[in-house]
Design a protein around this ligand. Structure first.
Ligand code: 5GP
Length: 187
């Protein structure tokens, strides 16, 4: 049962259900709690797509931690990466000497995160690890080590659970493949 019938009608299929997401997020939270025991990491959420995942994940981590956010441009309203990376909103706090965990919704070409990781390392963080909910390894263009990934998915454009198409669908609790008719209606 869902209350977003119109939005669900735009999906070709559900790829990852809310139950599968909840289970994976719980498991990842437990893993991070173990791996970062005795440390107080800074969790950096990448706006806006990672917000839903981020909010769920931090509540599954049993450690003292700080949160911060960055906004980076890589996609416009289309479904193809422009390869252009620009910081639209930077961190509020200094990360010198801190263990940083970057939380992303999806790694596609890897261009966005390999750029961002480089930026954070020049700021003398003690460590920078990458957490992603979804990974499309077949699409990688930049070399990038992803330390924590919940789901590897095929090369399809997905929406829901924070991920958008033209700012829509972020509020869907499940992740689904957007029906191609939606892009052809909105070139
Ligand atoms: P990358 O730099 O790795 O190519 O792109 C990462 C960003 O592209 C993600 O943070 C996300 O905003 C966007 N992106 C990549 N694939 C998808 C997808 O299938 N669906 C949505 N909604 N965004 C995607």
């Amino acid at each position: 049962m869902n209350t977003n019938a119109a939005l669900y009608g735009d999906l070709e299929r559900i790829l990852v259900s809310r139950e599968e997401i909840a289970e994976a997020v719980k498991k990842l939270g437990k893993q991070l709690t173990e791996d970062y025991a005795d440390r107080a990491p800074v969790m950096v959420g990448i706006l806006k797509g990672a917000v839903v995942f981020f909010a769920d994940l931090i509540r599954e981590i049993d450690l003292p931690l700080d949160i911060d956010f960055m906004s980076i441009s890589s996609y416009g309203s289309s479904t193809k990466s422009s390869g252009v990376v620009r910081i639209l909103k930077d961190l509020d706090r200094d990360i010198t000497g801190r263990h940083v965990i970057v939380v992303e919704d999806i790694v596609d070409s890897g261009l966005t995160l390999s750029y961002l990781k480089g930026v954070l390392e020049t700021r003398k963080a003690a460590s920078v690890s990458i957490v992603t909910l979804l990974d499309k390894p077949a699409r990688r263009k930049a070399p990038l080590e992803v330390q924590y990934s919940c789901f590897q998915i095929p090369d399809a454009f997905v929406v829901g659970y924070g991920l958008d198409y033209d700012e829509k669908y972020r509020n869907l609790p499940d992740i689904g493949v957007l029906h191609p008719r939606i892009y052809s209606e909105n070139p």
